[in-house]
Design a binder for this molecule. Structure first.
Ligand SMILES: Cc1ncc(COP(=O)(O)O)c(C=O)c1O
Length: 428
């Protein structure tokens, strides 16, 4: 066959990339700082504008100055971090965790989750996720041959004047109807991104009963487990009767220690889940970066003496308050989150001209893309359109919301709160 004359795309792409929206221009790129006005306050992507605690970065520096932590770690993770995870999680999971077979350190929660999919999904296996969902699940499932199946978290009823994330509800019958002979797994994300929902014990019990009845693997994505507000209880589904054997609990040093760029995460579960996942993870990344594992270990080891998690939670509660008060002053509805660091703002009343000079990247997407773009350019505060957290069929539900992240220092949030008052003149 003659060589094509157009040489700009000589080599055909893997069909894998055509699924799971892997090739679509993702929302993080569209709303990244480089595309927005240079002084725009970034409440879009969920990363902090403050450093990890000093004693943790000191431990990172110390590790870099030693020899061993500059080299390969054991694929399971460095023993110091696994011991620290054991000490931290054993009481919470109500069992004496085994560092050799029940804990796996991964390259962020993302890679850990990817490796679970690699280890357990057969071509065509279905993975149930509540919608809206953390967008990374989608390609992680489809790259591994899986098929996402969506079950709604129903938005708060319009009659609720001041909704909280608890007003986003699941319908157990809908969940049951979503199960087929091909269902392999269900993802339960609590506290939830982007809704902030902290699943109640009764909800988790219903999910657990279905997992038990249909023999499903449960992926408990609990990366925001240290951000549960107002004294609410964070229930770990792995602790419910019989659930340990079918649940893998996911955690992240990025979220726990304000270090999202470190790419340290972990999986905790029975040997029957961790061992095959280790086999996958070893062949994907071999091991995770070593010096920052030492630092994450130090963070867990010394958290108590620094009252770190209590202090961090109080700081996040203050941040949540600043943002929510700004929306109260505007008279706009939002979902008060019980956990995580996101607030969903109802943007249906934000009015913008149809002929506003929107870039190509947001035209042809949901109304929320245009609203977020308009707010960022006119008011100077960026957020993320929530339709991105829905499948195409249900994207219209997400179009009513913009997600604002409050993992920023209080000065930044106060400045954003002031700017957001500028929205008043655009409300209908
Ligand atoms: C629900 C959820 N799970 C997993 C992750 C990924 O965490 P990590 O940065 O440790 O890979 C995120 C990050 O935003 C998240 O929101």
């Amino acid at each position: 066959m003659a060589a094509p004359t157009d040489r700009s795309n000589l080599i055909p792409l893997s069909s894998r990339l055509k699924e799971g929206r892997a090739l679509a221009l993702d929302v993080w790129t569209i709303f990244s700082a480089v595309n927005l006005p240079h002084d725009c306050i970034n409440l879009g992507q969920g990363y902090m504008n403050f450093a990890p605690p000093k004693w943790v970065t000191d431990a990172a520096e110390e590790a870099l100055n030693a020899v061993a932590p500059n080299h390969y770690s054991h694929p399971r993770g460095r023993i110091r971090l696994r011991e620290a995870l054991k000490a931290h999680y054993s009481p919470q999971l109500k069992r004496d965790l085994d560092v050799e077979s029940e804990i796996l350190v991964t390259s962020g929660a993302n890679e850990g989750q990817y490796s679970v999919f690699t280890a357990f999904l057969e071509q065509g296996d279905e993975v149930i996720m509540f919608e809206p969902f953390f967008d990374q699940y989608l390609p992680s499932v489809t790259f591994n041959g899986g098929k996402p199946v969506y079950v709604p978290l129903h938005p708060p009823k319009a009659t609720i004047a001041k909704p909280t994330s608890d007003d986003w509800t699941i319908n157990v019958e809908e969940l049951r109807r979503a199960v087929t002979s091909r269902t392999k797994m269900i993802i339960v994300n609590t506290p939830h991104n982007p809704v902030g929902k902290v699943f109640k014990k009764t909800e988790l019990e219903s999910i657990a009963a279905i997992a038990e009845e249909f023999n499903l693997l449960v992926m408990a994505d609990e990366v925001y487990d240290c951000l549960v507000f107002d004294g609410r209880e964070h229930v770990r589904i792995a602790t419910l009767p019989g659930m340990w054997d079918r649940t893998v609990t996911v955690g992240s040093a990025g979220k726990s220690f304000a270090a999202t760029g470190w790419r340290i995460g972990w999986l905790i579960g029975p040997k029957s889940i961790i061992q095959p996942t280790l086999a996958a993870s070893t062949r994907i990344v071999f091991c995770t970066n070593s010096p920052l594992q030492e630092a994450a270990a130090s963070g867990l080891e010394h958290a108590k003496e620094h009252k770190f998690f209590e202090t961090q939670l109080a700081e996040y509660a203050e941040r949540r308050e600043i943002l929510c008060q700004a929306f109260d002053r505007l008279g706009l509805k939002y979902t008060l989150p019980e956990g995580s660091y996101f607030v969903l703002l109802d943007i249906s009343r934000v009015d913008f001209p149809d002929d506003y000079p929107f870039p190509e990247s947001v035209l042809g997407r949901g109304r929320d893309f245009r609203a977020c773009w308009f707010i960022a350019t006119e008011v100077g505060v960026s957020s993320i359109p929530v339709s991105e957290f829905y499948c195409e069929e249900h994207a219209n539900i997400g179009e009513a919301y913009a997600r604002f992240a409050f993992c920023k220092d209080v000065d930044t949030l106060r400045a954003a709160a002031e700017r957001l008052q500028g929205l008043k003149k655009y409300l209908k």
